[in-house]
Write a protein of this length. Structure first.
Lengths: 327, 427
């Protein structure tokens, strides 16, 4: 076991991916000498060369579009979008090109492209640097969407994403980049949890709390606090946002009878809405209360002095949990 | 030439004298034409953005030192002319081969339009008028080169050996293309305007990383239209290709119209001059001259393969048909413009050359026509006998590794479909 920050764990995972397969490339803005604005690609250009760790022109559509071309040539590019709010210029290339190429070619073409996106708020940033656009991609057939929440998963999930023959949108919780955790860098990939699987982070029996990415730490803190009050919250890290590990979700909610979904993204048509609909369908007779959501408001992301009110925190999560017990 | 509209005789292209040109390359003006009595449509004569005067006035030269003239090797009258920068050693048999290509792809096009009119295709994007640009460039490619088309490159598809029936699948709604791009080194049709320029550039960056530049090298060619030059992706591709010196040729068929929008809506300078600003050579070729298109594409591809980076080719041509079968060009352009371009027909000038030189006799032309008839019949038959896709194929080829969501949806939909089985048996 090694203690690593989430950023460092990603760096180690990327290094492994580059070592394992000469076709793996990294491309993005400032990923070379600078090592990325969050240092996730630190030293990789020095060690693998400018041909494999590519400082690109400042154009997100170009990053994804040329990555598609490289993938058509047999490469496995990992694109870094510098911040969540900058992914929109690449939206056509992701949604209309990357996601659809397999279908358009009736399976003749694979595009094993990973798009890394630092996401979420909580770092006091200016606008466009704190967004949670995951549902836009989860809504798009042909893409896999995953989110890591801590160093151990970051290390394995980035490597699994690179190995996937499907395009993967890989969300990184930017306010957790500096969180430390134990990472087993020696474990065999065969022992890793599959990329599509959810993970129970904190077992409990009273209510299921579903989250992913940056909200996991907050949810676990909420569960610890609730335990002191005698309430057993089960926290599940979804990890895969598309497809959802619906089996794990349903298994937990059928036991607890209650469910809260937490995410930073606005609740309107968010992932929580989809999850609530599926749970209603699959667990109707076990539910003791409606599935409730706690998340960002249906507004643009606010100025940073307001973000503590916008982002669900421990108290808002527990308030929502309390409300499921009011039925 | 028949003047179908008496008002048209006033509609003359106005060439702005170089002396009044405001700046290099900005000599275009949307020219409002003398209003005529009668029709109420706007009488704005479409003026193609033309550089010749501006280039001459400004003394502009491309990086290779040549001027920005229209490169032509075969005049509209079918006369063979030489160009100092583009010598083309081509035999009479090869020209006959190109003529056959031109006739056959025009026939595919004609047949497809007819199939659409008869309800057998949902839509068709005609290549009428652009045969020479596509055949000339398509025949310039080597087997290892990779072509990235728009949705109108039926002539390039033909050169790459793709069965025309595969094209119909897309326009009939049976698939989104579905061919294996690796089989013929011909990528899928891309419908989002300009998106494929980035794919070609990335592919060319892959060629570089494979060490496949240099002697016996490979290159990519990407097709797009005049309207696409306004797209961010195309401009990003220019930048990417330029800074990475990627082996890619940008082949722009300037057919003067982006659906209803004339070139003036896209550019104030001739398109090939855009390349200068991005740092690689651009040139304009007579897009209705199959020999010139062949020659310039051969050279640009060879330059790319040898590591000299990208070239922008502006094939100056004309969309003689509608944008697609859903379009009605009479709403936005004058029939007379088409009549003028008919005199520059890409097929007829090669026929004229072959007749003039005695390289082909009546038997040859009859044989090509017969082959075209046969091809047309085959295309028609392939369309009419094409099976519809199975309903559950909706869920196929979405993922390499399908997940629980699609499995769940497919199972439910399959059960729903099965629920009709009894009725069908009963019926």
């Amino acid at each position: 076991m090694t203690t690593l920050t989430l950023s460092r764990a990603l760096n180690e995972g990327l290094r492994r991916a580059l070592e394992d397969d000469p076709k793996v490339l990294i491309m993005g803005e400032d990923v070379g000498k600078l090592g990325g604005v969050f240092r996730v690609t630190d030293s990789l250009q020095k060690d693998f060369g400018e041909g494999r760790v590519i400082d690109t022109p400042l154009a997100e559509s170009g990053i994804v579009g040329t990555a598609i071309g490289l993938a058509l040539r047999g490469y496995r590019p990992i694109c870094e979008i510098q911040f969540d709010g900058f992914v929109y210029p690449a939206f056509d290339q992701i949604v209309s090109q990357l996601a659809k190429m397999r279908l358009r070619s009736l399976g003749h073409l694979s595009l094993p492209v990973v798009i890394r996106i630092p996401c979420g708020g909580g770092i006091g940033a200016v606008e466009h640097h704190s967004e949670s656009p995951e549902v836009l991609f989860a809504h798009t057939g042909g893409l896999r969407v995953v989110a890591c929440s801590g160093p151990a998963d970051a290390f394995t999930m980035i490597q699994q994403s690179v190995r996937s023959d499907d395009p993967v949108i890989f969300f990184e919780p930017k306010r957790r980049y500096w969180d430390k955790g134990e990472v087993d860098t020696a474990a065999s990939p065969d022992s890793w949890l599959p990329l599509g699987s959810a993970r129970t982070i904190y077992p409990g029996s009273d209510v299921t709390l579903l989250a992913y990415g940056p909200m996991i730490r907050t949810c676990v803190e909420a569960a610890v606090a609730a335990a002191k009050d005698g309430r057993n919250i089960e926290v599940i890290d979804l990890r895969s946002l598309s497809p959802l590990d619906i089996g794990a979700i349903v298994g937990s909610v059928r036991r607890t009878g209650r469910c809260v979904v937490a995410h930073e993204a606005p609740v309107t048509a968010g992932l929580g809405a989809e999850i609530a609909a599926r749970i209603t369908e699959e667990c109707f007779y076990q539910l003791e209360a409606p599935v409730l959501r706690v998340g960002g408001f249906s507004t643009p992301y606010p100025p940073s002095k307001l973000e503590e009110h916008y982002l669900p925190d421990l108290d808002r999560i527990l308030d929502t949990v309390d409300r499921t017990f009011a039925y | 030439m028949t003047l179908v509209d008496p008002g048209w005789v006033h509609c003359q292209r106005r060439r702005v004298p170089a002396a009044v040109t405001r700046a290099a390359g900005t000599n275009h003006r949307p020219v409002t034409v003398i209003p005529a009595t009668g029709p109420e449509y706007a009488r704005e004569w479409h003026v193609a953005v033309d550089s010749d005067d501006a280039v001459a006035a400004a003394g502009l030269r491309r990086p290779d030192g040549t001027s920005g003239e229209l490169i032509q090797l075969l005049t509209p009258e079918g006369e063979r002319v030489e160009h100092p920068d583009y010598p083309l050693d081509v035999s009479a048999d090869e020209i006959k081969g190109l003529f056959r290509d031109l006739v056959l792809v025009r026939r595919i096009d004609t047949e497809a339009i007819a199939l659409q009119r008869q309800g057998e295709l949902g839509i068709w994007a005609s290549l009428l008028g652009q045969e020479a640009a596509q055949i000339g460039s398509g025949r310039a490619l080597g087997p290892k080169d990779m072509a990235f088309p728009t949705y109108r490159e039926h002539g390039v598809a033909w050169c790459r050996g793709l069965d025309p029936a595969k094209l119909l699948e897309l326009f009939r709604g049976v698939s989104h293309g579905g061919w294996d791009p690796k089989e013929h080194n011909f990528h899928l049709y891309t419908i989002v305007i300009g998106a494929q320029t980035l794919h070609a550039t990335g592919y060319a960056m892959g060629i570089q990383r494979d060490g496949a530049v240099g002697e016996d090298g490979e290159a990519a060619i990407v097709y797009f239209g005049d309207g696409a030059t306004s797209q961010g992706d195309v401009n990003e591709a220019f930048i990417w290709a330029s800074v990475s010196n990627a082996p890619v040729v940008f082949f722009c068929q300037n057919n003067q119209w982006a659906i209803s929008e004339p070139l003036e809506k896209q550019s104030r300078i001739p398109l090939y001059q855009r390349a200068l600003g991005f740092g690689f050579p651009g040139l304009r070729v007579d897009g209705n001259d199959v020999l010139a298109c062949l020659a310039v594409t051969k050279k640009a591809m060879q330059d790319a393969r040898e590591g000299q980076g990208p070239t922008l080719i502006e094939a100056y041509t004309y969309r003689m048909g509608a944008h697609t079968t859903t379009d009605d060009p009479t709403r936005y352009r004058l029939a007379a413009e088409l009549e003028a371009w008919k005199l520059k027909d890409p097929v007829e000038r090669v026929r004229a050359y072959l007749v003039r030189t005695g390289a082909a006799d009546a038997d040859f032309f009859a044989a090509v026509d017969a082959e075209a008839d046969e091809l047309g019949a085959r295309v028609r038959k392939s369309c009419l006998t094409m099976p519809d896709p199975r309903p559950l194929s909706i869920f196929e080829n979405v993922y390499a590794e399908p997940g629980p969501q699609l499995d769940w949806e497919r199972e439910r939909f399959a059960a729903y479909l099965d629920s009709f089985a009894d009725e069908e048996v009963g019926a």
